[in-house]
Design a protein around this ligand. Structure first.
Ligand code: PEP
Ligand code: MN
Length: 343
């Protein structure tokens, strides 16, 4: 349920509600809005004396949360959340469009630095690159591991870009958190609830990719696991779903942007690379994503796609990326927005 405080209710009243909520065995999430504070109280409500909370000083009303997801839902927080992307950028909150770009995998120092400088030059605020790669076949390149993380940190040092990289298992969380600004949870792990909880215990922002067969409800419930574990900084990422189609690797479900806006306060970014599987489609789907008012993009860029160790077919060149950035910037402008720059 949501305890809506009166406008201007003092902190002591909020603290008292939090105390009551805890006494009833519920978990509290205090959300400070622009004109009022709400306390979301999550858990088994059978032993809760609702009237005790309703009559507490400074409480305006107590309302049930109807959506299956609670703390991720717009019912609990009306204003869009702003999630940090390292120290110099952010995603969401109705702010500027944040573009994160880089190779699918970190392959070498030379490869990563070349791409990092190129995407920085073109206006990206985040650098993506996998050090641990979830590969369908055990015979494919699995990533450089910690060496890849070190290279990502070096690229951040050189460019100021925030580092976004995947964590595949609980035992990697501590290691990846030492290097990354944002922990990416891949599509194959969206239902790995123990990993979600482990990432929820960190102070890193989390980029949660939609499972390729997950519904919007399942997607938001996965985000809920992370937030309930103590980490409110969740960025949702649509990366395409599996359908009967064969001309694309995945079907990029852009309709999720307005749907997420309606259902949740969390930002949503679009990955047109996994979302199509084909480099030739990435510029147009990037433009379309920004036109839906998405909060950002996650784009795979490679200086030599033909020789990329992973996902070359869907990686665009730095030149194509620079052109795409110019185009999406103009589309953002039509919507009264702009591309975010590093602070
Ligand atoms: C990726 O971003 O390279 C990746 C493996 O993504 P996904 O988990 O969406 O397949
Ligand atoms: Mn990839």
């Amino acid at each position: 349920m949501i305890v809506v405080m009166e406008a201007g209710a003092p902190q002591t009243a909020v603290d008292h509600v939090v105390k009551l909520v805890r006494e009833f065995g519920l978990v509290d999430h205090v959300i400070v809005g622009t004109d009022r504070t709400v306390v979301a109280a999550i858990g088994d409500k059978r032993n809760v004396d609702k009237s005790a909370i309703e009559n507490a000083p400074g409480v305006e009303k107590v309302v049930p949360i109807l959506a299956p997801y609670k703390v991720a839902s717009r019912e609990v927080r009306k204003e869009p959340s702003t999630i940090p992307l390292g120290a110099r950028a952010s995603v969401g909150g109705g702010g500027d469009v944040a573009v994160i770009a880089g190779p699918c995998s970190v392959e070498s120092r030379e490869q990563l630095m070349e791409i990092a400088h190129a995407v920085r030059e073109a206006g990206a605020v985040g650098l993506r690159g996998g050090a641990f790669k979830p590969r369908t076949s055990p015979y494919q390149f699995q990533g450089l591991g910690e060496e890849g993380l070190e290279l990502l940190a070096e690229a951040r040092e050189q460019t100021g870009l925030a580092v976004v990289t995947e964590v595949m298992s609980i035992d990697q969380v501590e290691l990846v958190s030492r290097y990354a600004d944002v922990l990416q949870i891949g599509t194959r792990n969206m239902h790995n609830f123990n990993l979600l909880v482990a990432c929820g215990a960190t102070d890193r922002s989390i980029m949660l990719k939609r499972g390729w067969s997950a519904s919007l409800e399942e997607f938001l419930l996965a985000a809920e696991y992370i937030i309930n574990a103590g980490n409110p900084n969740v960025i949702l990422c649509e990366r395409g779903i599996r359908t009967h189609e064969t001309y694309v690797r995945n079907t990029l479900a852009l309709g999720i942007v307005p749907a997420i806006r309606r259902e949740s306060h969390l930002p949503i970014v679009i990955d047109p690379s996994q979302g199509t599987g084909h480099a030739y489609m990435v510029p147009s789907m990037s433009r379309a994503a920004v036109a839906t008012d998405a909060d950002g993009l996650l784009v795979e860029v490679h200086a030599d796609p033909e020789h990329a160790l992973t996902d070359g077919a869907q990686s665009i060149t730095p030149e194509a990326f620079a052109k795409t950035m110019q185009d999406v910037s103009r589309i953002a402008e039509v919507l009264g927005r702009q591309l975010q720059r590093l602070a």
